[in-house]
Design a protein around this ligand. Structure first.
Ligand code: PGA
Length: 255
């Protein structure tokens, strides 16, 4: 399976720094093997980033590498009186191809429930965006041996019927901490997610990308990406520097 390396800029990045980032990223693409890249900047940068990358329709297609641009969230409704929300339809019109949904920072900081994530995934799919739904346990839940139970419940509650998209496993205790689960722990949860996806979605669940996210860096990416059932990475901090992001993408194709 072709790996997807997705960058989540969170509330970082600036309009002024976009050209340099896009230039560095494009310069590094020729060195990569077959891999899909995705960059999810804050919403106001979606269109400028696409333009800086020089791509039409949100993706730059090279011989072996495709680069898409996506968003980090979208509204639950398609349009209307929802001050401050940004619709999936507008993001799609701007050229976004993917949208990250249910990131733990949204679930915790903005009290997003599984039902809300599910509604957003439906809005995203309706607008033609590919949702990346995040799941993952807290440190306390891990300590109580509840990681699999928590992740299964999040999948059951957050994925719409007939979901077609990507799932990202992001243990909350690994996000931005520099602490990464053991390879065995990642493997165990990814296998549990695969089984749940097949149960929930049938054949479609068997081939769906399952990304790992949480402190993925150039020096640990290769071991993580080589694990069975890991179809790519969701990268926060290390996606902010094009050089590190490219190094992780290189690791996806064996270095
Ligand atoms: P991190 O963030 O790579 O900085 O740990 C990952 C994420 O939250 O998507």
């Amino acid at each position: 399976m072709r790996q997807l390396i997705a960058g989540n800029w969170k509330m970082n990045g600036s309009y002024g720094a976009l050209a340099a980032y896009a230039g560095d990223l494009k310069a590094g693409l020729a060195r990569l093997g077959a891999v899909d890249l995705l960059v999810c900047p804050p919403d106001p940068l979606v269109r400028p980033l696409i333009e800086a990358l020089g791509g039409a329709g949100g993706s730059v297609a090279g011989d072996d590498v495709k680069v898409a641009v996506g968003a980090q969230d979208c509204g639950e409704k398609r349009a209307g009186a929802h001050t401050g929300d940004v619709s999936a339809d507008l993001l799609a019109e701007l050229g976004a191809r993917f949208v990250i949904l249910g990131h733990s920072e949204r679930r915790l900081d903005h009290h997003e429930t599984n039902a809300m994530v599910r509604a957003k995934a439906e809005a995203a799919a309706g607008a033609g965006l590919i949702p990346i739904i995040c799941v993952g346990e807290s440190r306390a839940e891990r300590a109580q041996d509840e990681a699999v139970t928590v992740v299964r419940a999040q999948l059951a509650g957050s994925l719409p019927d007939g979901f077609a998209g990507v799932v990202a496993y992001e243990p909350i205790w690994a996000i931005g901490t520099g602490t990464v689960p053991s390879l065995e722990q990642i493997m165990q949860i990814h296998e549990a997610i695969r089984a749940a996806l097949v149960k929930q979605l049938g054949d479609a669940g068997a081939t769906m990308h399952i990304l790992y996210g949480g402190s993925v860096k150039p020096d640990n990416a290769q071991a993580i990406l080589a694990l069975p059932e890991v179809g790519g990475a969701l990268v926060g901090g290390a996606s902010l520097k094009a050089e590190d992001f490219l190094a992780i993408a290189a690791a996806a194709t064996g270095g």
